[in-house]
Write a protein that binds this ligand. Structure first.
Ligand code: AKG
Ligand code: FE2
Length: 364
């Protein structure tokens, strides 16, 4: 087994000084999870956040900044590997596989500019995967980090959500067990900078690196990202606001699978990535994310919850269309293939039906 290559410490870039229209997001402070009163309060805050803003911060989640920075350092180092080495780890993207490396330049952005987004996804240990020696050397640390995210962040949030839905506390955690095979993955993501002329072209179009979309799993956990770019569409007002980096926090959003499981009561949140403000255009944007998804084989049908029954959220898109609800695996492959297949035309795949009863959509 390769030994861990020592990494230089990771320096976060300075935040923007521009006065952007920041989203005002609620915070789930997990230190309150220690008492019954605190849990009741958090469950209320969480369901309100999921029903209105769609995004929220999580703080005091029991993972140190040093551990987080170490992951950013691994991600930064990964992207210094020669392209030919990274290309050895490209999965069958056209057919919906996504663990491993996705090179830049598969998508055409507005004004015909090619994307400069690279993605590297690391699945759970149960999923067979080969890694470059750099990653292999750090695998024990990466595994420990993934497991902590699962047990210390995902599970408390799912337990709070079960309580808000008046379901037995373990209803949702049972569908998301760490030691079961599933499509959860940790991601290092890099948006490389453009030159001034290309930024101008992008701005003459829609100014976006990533079009408005929803994520396909349960919850996405996004580590503090000092280079502004992420924008969130408010469920209530429809307006786009920037996500502000908040110290020692995660930014979390609900995704398609959780929306299906709750008959649309929890909405999958629409978000996009804008080109950064002018004072951050001379740096690359490095992201660290965890995409949580239900266990393999979980059928995406609406849960039987007293709250959902009372509020009238008893059928999701598939059920309302009289179609069989897919398993998370079927849904994942179909939506990933739709998202990832190479395109030469801007928004070539708009509105395609990706599974019977569900269309792939972009959002403005
Ligand atoms: O880079 C970001 O801030 C968000 C990325 C994103 O939305 C995604 O990869 O699904
Ligand atoms: Fe996303």
């Amino acid at each position: 087994m390769p030994v861990a290559v020592p990494l230089s410490s990771y320096e976060h870039v300075p935040e923007t000084k521009e006065a952007l229209d920041w989203a005002d997001l609620p915070t789930i402070d997990l230190s309150l999870n220690a008492t019954e009163k605190g849990r009741a309060q958090l469950a209320d805050t969480l369901i309100e956040a999921l029903r209105t803003k769609g995004f929220f911060y999580v703080t005091n989640f029991g993972i140190s900044q040093a551990e987080v920075d170490s992951q950013f350092a691994i991600g930064e180092q990964f992207y210094t590997l020669p392209l030919e080495e990274k290309l050895r780890y490209v999965p069958d993207l056209e057919n919906g596989e996504y663990n491993g490396y996705r090179p830049a330049g598969r998508r055409v952005l507005s004004s015909g500019v090619q994307d400069k987004i690279e993605v590297y996804n690391i699945p759970k240990p149960e999923v067979p995967q080969s890694f470059p020696p750099l990653i292999e050397g750090h695998l024990p640390e990466i595994r420990a980090f993934q497991e902590k995210l699962h047990e210390r962040v995902l599970h408390p949030l799912l337990t709070l959500l079960a309580s808000a839905l008046e379901l037995p506390a373990d209803t949702l955690t049972n569908l998301h067990q760490w030691d079961k095979r599933a499509e959860d993955h940790l991601r290092y993501m890099k948006y490389s900078r453009y030159d001034a002329a290309e930024y101008e072209k992008l701005e003459a179009g829609d100014g976006l690196y990533v079009t408005g979309h929803t994520d396909l799993g349960s919850l996405t956990l996004l580590f503090r990202q000092p280079v502004a770019g992420l924008q969130i569409r408010d469920h209530e007002t429809g307006s786009w606001k920037w996500a502000k980096p908040l110290d020692a926090s995660l930014t979390v959003n609900a995704c398609d699978a959780l929306s299906f499981l709750t008959g649309g009561y929890v909405r999958s949140t629409i978000h996009r990535v804008h080109v950064p403000p002018k004072d951050q255009r001379d740096v690359d944007r490095l992201g660290l994310l965890y995409f949580a998804r239900p266990n393999q084989g979980v059928v995406l049908k609406t849960l039987d919850s007293p709250v959902l029954a009372r509020e009238g959220f008893t059928a999701n898109e598939f059920e309302r269309a009289g179609k069989p609800a897919p398993t998370i695996d079927e849904f994942t492959v179909a939506k990933q293939a739709w998202q990832q297949s190479k395109s030469t035309v801007f928004r070539a795949k708009e509105g395609q039906e990706i599974l019977s009863g569900f269309k792939g959509q972009y959002y403005d």
